[in-house]
Structure formats: C-alpha cells, structure tokens
Design a protein around this ligand. Structure first.
Ligand code: ADP
Ligand code: MG
Length: 567
C-alpha cells in the first residue's frame, strides 16, 4: 500500500490532501500520479466512477500551475454543471495552501458573474463545453496560455453530443499543451478522439474489481420520498413473477409498507424483530413456498434467511453502510441466474450513490419508473400467455364451463374478449389513480444543504414538440423524459407551455441539440415525437407581423425608428 508521501508532491499540496482526509491513494491515483507529476505529454486514464479520478489529475495539475503567471493555464471540460462545480470544489481544496484561483463556468449561472471573475484572472477554468464556447465567442476567455487541457468524464460528454464543442475549444488552444482524458469507459469514439488530437498518449486502465455479485444487475431509480410507494407498486406490477425481499430501514416502516402492499392486492408480509419466533417462522415458511411473493424486512430480521433464488432485491431506502448493501443484494443473482437489485433514491441522496459505487466498484445504472401504459403493456403480454396456457391446460376447471356457455351464444368472440380484457385490466388500473410522472429530475452530485435555487439559464432555447393536452401530456412527464433521455438536469429546463396539439418548452442552449436528438422519434402517449426549434417558428411569425406593420404609421417599430432618426 502506498501513501501520498511516496510521491513527489509539494508540501503545501500534501498538507491539503491530509485536510481532505485522504490517507491512501486510490488505484487510479497510485498509477497516474507518478506519470502525471512529471510529464508534459498526453494521457488517457480509465477507471470506474467513484474511484477518485478528479484528484488523480487534480493533484499533478495544481502542482504544475505557476501561481505568478498571467492567463488561464488549464481548462477542464466536464459534461454537466454539477460535475463542473464538484471538480472545481475539489481543485480548490487541493490548492487550499497554494491559493490558486479556480473558476467553474456553466450554463444556468449568470454570465456576468463569470465575466467579472475571468477579468480578475484565474489559473484554472472548469466548464461545460457549451458555456466555454459561449465565452470564446464573447472573447471573454482566452485560451492562448493553456498548458493543460483536461477532458473529464469523456464518455458522458460524447454521449451528450459535445464533440463539436470540444473540437472548437481545442482549436483555440495552442499546440504547446498536454491533453489528459479521463473516462469511466473507453469506447471507440473516445479512442477516435485520442487518435485525432493526442500524440502517443500514455494510457492507464484500472480493471474493475467488483465487490458485488457479477450476476446481479444493479439499477436505481430517482424518486421523491412521497412517490416511493407508488413507484414500488409500479415496479412490482411491471416485472413478471417478482419474488423479492423489500428492505426497509425500520420495523415500523416494514409493517407500514407490507400493509399498504396487501391493500393494493399484492401477496406481501412484514418480517421484523418485534415478531416472536413462531410468527417469524410462519412468515418465512409461507415465503419459501411462494404463498407469499414479497417479504418486507429489516436488515436484522433478514439476516437468518436462507433464501437465495430471489428475482429481485429492493432497497426501499439506501442502507447506511455499503456492507449491508452488498449483503442485501447478494441474495439475488445466485447459482448462474440473473437477479436484479433495485434501489430507490431520493434526489437528495444521489451523491451517496456515487460513494456506494466507489465502494462496490460497480456502476449502478439509472432507470426510469414505468408509466401506466408500459405497465399495462407488460401486464397484457403476460396475461395473454397465461390465458393461452389456461386454454390448453384447463386443469380440472372443465366442470364450470357449462355455466359460461350462454355467453358464447349471446356475444361475438370480440365482445367476449372485450369483457375479459376489461375485467383483467381493471385489477391493475384501479391501483393507479393517475399516470403521474414519478421520475425525479436528476441532481447528481448535489449535497443536501448545498442546493442551488432553481435559476433559469440566461441562455435558453425554445423547442416545440407535436404532443400536447390532447395527448394528455403532463409537464412532469415531459420534464422526466427530457432529463432521463437526454441526461439533462432539471434546472436546465425552463417553462413548459402545454397547448392543445403541441407543447413549447425552454432548455439550456448547451443541451438543446442533445434534447432534440434524444426526443425525436420516441413515443409519448402513442405518438411519435417530432421536435422543432420554436425560435425558428417564432422568427418567421415575427417577420410576417413586421410585414403587416410596415406602412402603418402607428406601428411601435415605426415610432421607435422615427425617434431614433430625429436625433
Ligand atoms: P470519479 O471521478 O472517479 O468518479 P471522484 O474523483 O469524484 O471519482 O471521487 C469520488 C469520491 O472519492 C470523492 O468524494 C473524492 O473526494 C473521494 N476520494 C478521491 N480520492 C480519495 C482518496 N485517495 N481517499 C479517500 N477519498 C477519496
Ligand atoms: Mg469524475
């Protein structure tokens, strides 16, 4: 095991590292530090999320900066504003004693603040590609002195469609610079960037060492606390034949959730420490025989359970310790079968997830809570299968057929089908009063108590889609789709105007292209979505209006012009 003192890191930075509470370098740090601390060339580093890539380049970068030189010496590009803020905070901590000026620039923050700070001079700029391009166009950012160009979370940046911006920014940087690229994955697209812009990069790849079970798919959903129960019901109804333990934090919560699940018609029961031995054994026995398919339990109560062929493990809330997360999810995905581990997370808790990913060395994939239509589709597919199986194998119920016979004379096959479908579907639909959007907008990387106000970007673009009130579109549904599909932060979306046949909404200019690309062609309420820049529409409209006004003496435009000309 190495320690930070094994590396040629300046004393003031060593001191800052101690303050940050880092005692041992992570693997990517241990491998990257010796190279980057004394290096002028290009570099590619790959390691999973949560493995400390920021400090792996941050420490050598801070060390390299000449505090007394003029001009921005390093620029770091990052895919989202949250990450940009997070990176700049980490760099500020690393350079605490060296006292470097680090500035985060991103869409959504008033550009004036950024302009003033840039004027006063900064050593390191951390920015989202769109906003950096903006500053280049305004000539408020000069990249002539850049020595280090860092692409962080390069895979996400490409996923969000920032390639052009990256190219434009690079073309503004002189040739005397090193490019360092960090990414959780190295796709062919990233290789292509490396080949195109870098010269013989050194490459470090840290292999995944997973603490959790390889056969378990780990998924999380971002939902507000008050939507959690409904989200749980939808997930159960969406998955065919779920056989699961649902983990809760407290005894009261297990009892409460189990009771509510039963009320919704699920076969659920609680298992907690307040129950006596025989009660517990009774519940366990039922669960083993699958007379009960959902067991709602606390960590402690579940400890002695020897059931391992679960289809799902559900973390109704995030466990306090990574250890207990690993234990919980180890109950599924055994013996060559694939299991699914689901974790419900409130937006405020998302930063904890990254820590968990770091500890388990495995990525937990984000997914979205299905809407009622999707649940119905999967339910119908399942029931049709069961229906056909029942026709082929009536299993002793033949003796009741004669009682149904009159129906066959009275109705057509279509009518009979209709009746069955209604009867069967009602069971599902009655559980859900409305198809509200349960997916909470992302605020990854934000800490509670550190939340920014929802400020709309000063650089918004208006888009328009062909879905509206007539299609029952809800604002939440649309925002959820944009956030999840285009990887956009909720605060990058402005006002939404739902009209009869179409909807206008504003998004941060930085992500507009990604939104257009990701929304085009998807289905909302059965309609194939097309997206247009509303600005273009608006401009055309404005032209028509202007034409109408020409020649009219009382037009406000004319009035203005006259005034201006008379000066
Ligand atoms: P990545 O960029 O690889 O996803 P981050 O750089 O965001 O990971 O680091 C994840 C978390 O781990 C951060 O909270 C960071 O402060 C912390 N961290 C990084 N390096 C160390 C270390 N050597 N010791 C302890 N914590 C660390
Ligand atoms: Mg990172």
């Amino acid at each position: 095991m190495s320690s930070f003192t094994d590396y040629k890191i300046d004393a003031d930075i060593q001191k800052a590292i101690v303050d940050m509470g880092f005692t041992q370098p992570s693997e990517i740090q241990a491998q990257a530090l010796p190279i980057l601390l004394d290096y002028q060339g290009d570099f590619v580093g790959q390691a999973q999320t949560g493995t400390g890539k920021t400090a792996a380049y941050g420490i050598p970068l801070v060390q390299k900066i000449n505090k007394n030189a003029q001009g921005v010496q390093a620029i770091i590009l990052s895919p989202t504003r949250e990450l940009a803020v997070q990176i700049s905070e980490e760099l500020i901590k690393i350079s605490k004693y060296k006292r470097l000026k680090v500035l985060a620039v991103y869409g959504g923050q008033n550009i004036g603040v950024q302009l003033r700070a840039l004027k006063q001079g900064v050593h390191i700029v951390v920015g989202t590609p769109g906003r950096v391009v903006d500053h280049l166009h305004r000539q408020s950012l000069n990249l002539g002195q850049i020595q280090n160009f860092i692409l962080d979370e390069a895979d996400e940046m490409l996923d969000m469609g920032f390639l052009e911006e990256i190219e434009e920014i690079l073309s503004n940087v002189g040739k005397q610079r090193s490019i360092w690229l960090f990414s959780a994955t190295l796709s062919n697209d990233i290789r292509r960037i490396a080949n195109r812009f870098m010269t013989d990069p050194e490459e470090i790849r840290v292999q995944h060492k997973t603490a959790t079970i390889a056969n378990t798919e780990e998924i999380y959903y971002a939902v507000k606390e008050y939507n959690k129960f409904e989200a749980l019901c939808r997930l159960i109804d969406h998955a065919p034949g779920m056989y699961a333990i649902i983990f809760c934090q407290t005894r009261n919560q297990t009892a409460d959730i189990a009771e509510k699940l039963v009320a919704k018609g699920f076969k659920a029961e609680a298992l907690h420490g307040d129950m006596n031995q025989s009660q517990r054994e009774h519940v366990m026995g039922k669960f083993k025989k699958k007379g009960l398919t959902l067991l709602v339990a606390t960590d402690v109560a579940a400890r002695g359970i020897d059931i391992n062929d679960l289809t799902h493990v559900i973390n109704y809330s995030l466990p306090q310790e990574s250890e207990s997360y690993i234990h919980r999810i180890g109950r599924t995905g055994r013996a060559g079968k694939t299991g699914i581990a689901i974790t419900l997370i409130t937006p405020e808790e998302q930063y904890k997830l990254r820590r968990l990913e770091g500890n388990t060395r495995k990525k937990i994939t984000k997914s979205r809570i299905p809407g009622i239509e999707e649940i119905m589709e999967s339910y119908i597919d399942r029931t049709i299968g069961e229906f056909e199986a029942a026709i082929e194998n009536p299993g002793g119920f033949d003796r009741y057929f004669s009682r149904w016979q009159p129906l066959v004379k009275k109705y057509t096959p279509e009518e009979i089908t209709k009746g069955f479908v209604t009867l069967l579907s009602r069971e599902i639909l009655e559980k859900y009063e409305d198809d509200k959007e349960l997916n909470a907008p992302d605020n990854f990387g934000q800490r509670s108590g550190f939340r920014e106000k929802r400020t709309f970007s000063d650089n918004m673009v208006e888009l328009s889609i062909n879905v509206g009130q007539r299609d029952n579109l809800q604002t939440g549904t649309l925002i959820g789709k944009i956030c999840n599909l285009a990887g956009v932060d909720g605060r990058q979306i402005g006002k939404v105007y739902i009209q009869d046949n179409q909807t206008q909404f504003k998004v941060d200019a930085e992500v507009a292209d990604a939104v257009v690309r990701k929304l085009t062609g998807i289905k909302i309420s059965g309609k194939t979505v097309t997206v247009e820049h509303a600005d273009a529409k608006f401009r055309n409209l404005k032209k028509v209006m202007e034409k109408k006004f020409t020649g009219r003496r009382d037009s406000p435009d004319h009035f203005d012009k006259r005034k201006r000309f008379s000066k």
